[in-house]
Design a protein around this ligand. Structure first.
Ligand SMILES: Cc1cc2nc3c(=O)[nH]c(=O)nc-3n(C[C@H](O)[C@H](O)[C@H](O)COP(=O)(O)OP(=O)(O)OC[C@H]3O[C@@H](n4cnc5c(N)ncnc54)[C@H](O)[C@@H]3O)c2cc1C
Length: 559
């Protein structure tokens, strides 16, 4: 272990690298806990404590005043917290043994050394820059300066823009460029947009983008960026006066590596559960570090503001002598894409499958509030849980109003160790404008309970074809009107209310029972079981089957 030094008992010198989410949370918390500490914050950009999450909305003019993004200034931080804040100053070296950092002015290049007893690294993440010819022309969106540059580009009224990458920031940027009146194409190498969602859940986002005039190209990589176009791997050239890159980020570990600090298996800074790196006087928080993963018990990279802020606070607590621990991360995130919200927590099905972890998946399509109260909107929720003990492994929701609250309730339940079937017993606020007496989260609990106790044997949409090949018949129990408006090919319509009379003519099955969302299908499946007929209910009904088939038709990656 590199040399450590007893902290200065009178006035501890704490240097913090990075003055935004994790760094500023650590700085202000430390001041609240230790009035005597000498706290220095070093920030490379021209601003501290800026709202990077709001940058896309400034670019699109939704947040018209740039000043609204600047939550603090060095002067205000000095007055209120006695923080010594240096903007336009980059930490360019760390001597861990000597307990000094070398800083360089980004304005005049002047260098000097600052001693520390404790160092906190919160340098964030760096955008991925793929080795695509012409990528130098691509705008990135990370800092206020980036947003100002992009804002000026937008003011020049480009006729066409291409956003490379359909992750959170890419989609927010696409929406905002479209909002500014620009013709936008999103190019994504994966077969779907927003890969933290499973494919069938992402279909609605793609439809929403298209409905608002954004062209979506999935399953194709960018091969070159020329002066006026983005060239795709399949040879097409998309006209583009403006190109924005949002291909992902990786932890900024340059300083840590310079200081000989250990990295974790995913390439982030390795920290213990108090935020200490392999050097006990050097802490690290935020996007740069690996997080304990609450699902696997291993570590993972989670680049989210909530995690960075709470790690900053916890590291400060530990520096101040408190016995605290970083809570494991479950990766709860949310994004707005025009009028649709997508939110998620925990692992998705793709990741569970890749890791070989056993799981069950259920889908529901509830209304956000009582359907009889004006303005009810349908959402889709997917819940993933352990098939044996019901541990919740993840959830995703896509829809309008109320999506955020359902995912936040499930995320809270996961943190508290509430099992999937126990969601049924959560006592949640209800009045018709807000929810239903059986909230969508409660309904997921009932469905999970039915699966876990064997009351309901569900079939996943992508299993239907195989079952049909084995002789199963799809029995559609919706009304003839619903059936006529779209159905699984070669299914047989037997409306639920007529099923008792029809069953003798239908034969002994076996049946995959299908309704619109899975609820009537459950009742029909139970009825068929009572009558001695083999039947399994189609999870999420026709709506989930249709989304799954739509997703399966998406192009696989080119290039
Ligand atoms: C456009 C955008 C939108 C986002 N939207 C969301 C969202 O809606 N929800 C969400 O949860 N998360 C969002 N995020 C992610 C979130 O902002 C980050 O997870 C969070 O800010 C990470 O905090 P951090 O302290 O680790 O790093 P940052 O907040 O990125 O701060 C790191 C700072 O360190 C500075 N720095 C780096 N190296 C040095 C050095 N050597 N010397 C001095 N200073 C240095 C950088 O200039 C930077 O200002 C968004 C990010 C961006 C860019």
């Amino acid at each position: 272990m590199p040399g450590t030094r007893e902290p200065n008992p009178t006035r501890r010198r704490i240097v913090i690298v990075g003055g935004v989410a994790g760094g500023m949370s650590a700085a202000t918390r430390l001041r609240r806990l230790d009035e005597s500490a000498q706290i220095t914050v070093v920030e490379r950009s021209g601003h501290v404590s800026y709202a990077n999450c709001g940058l896309p909305y400034y670019v699109g003019g939704v947040i018209p005043d740039e000043g609204d993004l600047l939550l603090q200034t060095p002067q205000r931080l000095l007055e209120r917290f006695r923080l010594d804040v240096h903007v336009d100053t980059e930490v360019v070296g760390i001597d861990a043994d000597a307990h000094t950092v070398t800083v360089r002015s980004t304005i005049d290049g002047a260098e000097r050394s600052i001693p520390f007893d404790t160092l906190v690294l919160s340098p964030g993440a760096v955008p991925v820059r793929p080795p695509i010819p012409g990528f130098d022309r691509v705008r990135l969106l990370r800092t206020v300066e980036d947003a100002q540059r992009l804002f000026r580009d937008v003011a020049d009224a480009p006729s066409a823009a291409v956003v490379i990458g359909a992750g959170f920031i890419g989609l927010e940027t696409a929406e905002n460029l479209a909002h500014a009146g620009i013709s936008v194409t999103v190019v994504e190498a994966a077969p779907q947009v927003l890969t933290p969602l499973d494919a069938e859940m992402a279909v609605r986002l793609e439809m929403e983008l298209t409905a608002h005039g954004v062209t979506v190209e999935t399953g194709v990589a960018v091969s070159e960026i020329t002066d006026h176009a983005v060239v795709l791997a399949d040879g097409r050239a998309l006209p583009a006066d403006l190109v924005v890159g949002s291909i992902g980020v990786r932890p900024d570990t340059r300083l840590a590596e310079m200081a000989g600090i250990e990295l974790g298996p995913n390439g982030g800074i390795a920290v213990n559960d108090a935020g200490q790196t392999s050097h006990p006087d050097i802490y690290a928080v935020g996007d740069a570090v690996e997080k304990a993963d609450s699902i696997s018990g291993g570590s993972s990279l989670v680049a989210l503001a909530n995690v960075a802020n709470r790690q900053g606070r916890r590291a400060a607590d530990h520096i101040a002598g408190r016995d605290v621990r970083f809570a494991p991360s479950i990766g709860t995130a949310i994004v707005k894409v025009f009028d649709v919200t997508a939110a998620m927590t925990g692992w998705n099905e793709r990741r569970l499958r890749a890791a070989g972890m056993p799981y069950r998946a259920i889908h529901s399509h509830p209304m956000n509030h009582a359907s009889y109260y004006p303005g009810a909107e349908q959402m889709t929720i997917k819940l993933l849980f352990d098939p044996v003990d019901g541990t919740i492994l993840g959830a995703q929701a896509v829809g309008g109003s109320g999506v955020d609250k359902r995912i936040d309730v499930i995320a809270t339940a996961m943190s508290a160790g509430v099992k999937a079937d126990e969601l049924a017993d959560l006592e949640l606020a209800y009045a018709p404008p807000f929810s239903s007496a059986k909230d969508p989260v409660n309904m997921l609990g009932y469905m999970a309970e039915n699966v876990l106790n064997g009351d309901c044997d569900v079939v996943a949409a992508d299993e239907v074809a195989a079952l049909r090949a084995q002789g199963w018949t799809v029995l559609d129990v919706r009304t003839p009107g619903e059936y006529a408006s779209g159905s699984i090919p070669d299914s047989v319509n037997a409306p639920l209310d007529e099923l008792r009379e029809m069953v003798s003519r239908l034969g002994n099955g076996p049946f995959v029972v299908c309704c619109q969302v899975g609820q009537r299908g459950h009742t029909a499946t139970q009825l068929l079981h009572e009558l001695g007929v083999t039947a399994r209910n189609l999870d999420g009904g026709y709506l989930t089957w249709r989304a799954t088939m739509t997703a399966a038709r998406h192009p696989q990656p080119v290039g």
